[in-house]
Design a protein around this ligand. Structure first.
Ligand SMILES: NC(=O)c1ccc[n+]([C@@H]2O[C@H](COP(=O)([O-])OP(=O)(O)OC[C@H]3O[C@@H](n4cnc5c(N)ncnc54)[C@H](OP(=O)(O)O)[C@@H]3O)[C@@H](O)[C@H]2O)c1
Length: 197
């Protein structure tokens, strides 16, 4: 069965972006060289195509073959003129307002995200990357099998949290299965959901 992995950059205090969705400091998640090296070595498919080209990354994917994005996260790329930052992955964008996809390779989903994810999990394929943002992660809360937190050594005080919106279930326990702490202070933490017994 394919897993749904929320692979996301977070501050130490659990924020994925500034309050208005931007980076108020311009440097919340500025990658250090060791951070970039770790991303390239372990998660090359999660780099947007422009970064892959700029960094000369040609490595094939290691785990994800599908990316799920909320419309507001996708909009950041659109505003910069990028209709598909991940052409090397199957790209689904959840939106009830966009009626036509800005890119032929980007699939719009207006229906229930939980239903769509259950359908994707039943298909063959690699892991499914939930890129965010918070509202989509909140909508998919109960279907998340794995969290990979890219913890950046900064605090923000306020901002968009890891999960937002209407969340239908409460406490879920996770087991830490992998951890890497970089010299620069960032940590990559992989947590799997504990099975319910
Ligand atoms: N740190 C990281 O790694 C990371 C990763 C991703 C994103 N982010 C940040 O997250 C921020 C955006 O997060 P966000 O929480 O504001 O928005 P979001 O989750 O990216 O997008 C929310 C939008 O997704 C659509 N959506 C949500 N639930 C839906 C449902 N049940 N059915 C259909 N469509 C649904 C709606 O689009 P419509 O309004 O079109 O209906 C909604 O407005 C950005 O600022 C970005 O920088 C950070």
């Amino acid at each position: 069965m394919r897993t749904l992995t929320y692979f996301v950059a977070t501050t130490l205090d659990g924020f994925i972006a500034g309050t208005d969705g931007t980076d108020p400091t311009g440097s919340i998640f500025t990658p250090t060289q060791d951070y970039l090296d770790h991303m390239i070595a372990h998660y090359p498919e999660t780099l947007p195509v422009a970064a892959r080209q700029a960094l000369g990354v040609t490595a094939p994917r290691t785990r994800f073959d599908t990316i799920l994005e909320g419309r507001r996260s996708y909009q950041l790329g659109l505003d910069a003129g990028v209709t598909n930052a991940y052409p090397h992955l199957r790209h689904l964008v959840f939106s009830r307002t966009l009626d036509q996809s800005p890119d032929p390779a980007v699939e719009l989903v207006a229906g229930d995200p939980l239903e769509k994810v259950r359908q994707l999990k039943a298909e063959d394929g690699g892991s499914i990357w939930l890129v965010g943002g918070a509202e989509l992660a909140g909508a998919l809360y109960e279907e998340i099998d794995e969290l990979i937190l890219k913890v950046n050594p900064v605090t923000l005080g306020s901002g968009i949290p890891l999960f937002a919106g209407k969340i239908d279930s409460g406490l879920r326990r996770f087991t830490l299965i992998e951890s890497t702490v970089l010299i620069s202070g960032a940590a990559f933490l992989t947590y799997r959901q504990e099975l319910p017994w």
